[in-house]
Write a protein that binds this ligand. Sequence first.
Ligand SMILES: [Zn+2]
Length: 143
Amino acid sequence: MSTLLADLLSRDPQRIWSSACAVIRLHGGPALDELAAHLPKIERETAGVALGGALFPNSEHLQQALGVLRVRRDGVCSCRLYPIYLMYDPEKEVQAGRVQMLYADGPSNWNMNYRCRCFRCGTDYDVEQGESHYAWWQWRAVQ
Ligand SMILES: [Zn+2]
């Protein structure tokens, strides 16, 4: 059993939180496949564990990690994950080669609008960047 899987099944809030954050950063590979194969067990064992969180609820990270595993299991494009989580920085997605930046514009460094295109499936997204206690990005698929 991988460390990530052991942590997700541990019912220990700190271990679940750190492994969830690691899962969100996985974008393919055998580690993700192994975890996706254990999805029902992970969903069962993480249910009801209070994860806490100060400025941002840690349960959001776990829910996103479960989303990453579901997308992997179902074989749909991972860009479907962007609109349901506020932590996907379009600049980092560009650097990682997952999206193409079509434009970037805005009144300030912290209030930007982007349009990005998924390299894999071609879906376009409008991305609004804002900041409260942390920077966030709201992705919306362009209809
Ligand atoms: Zn896509």
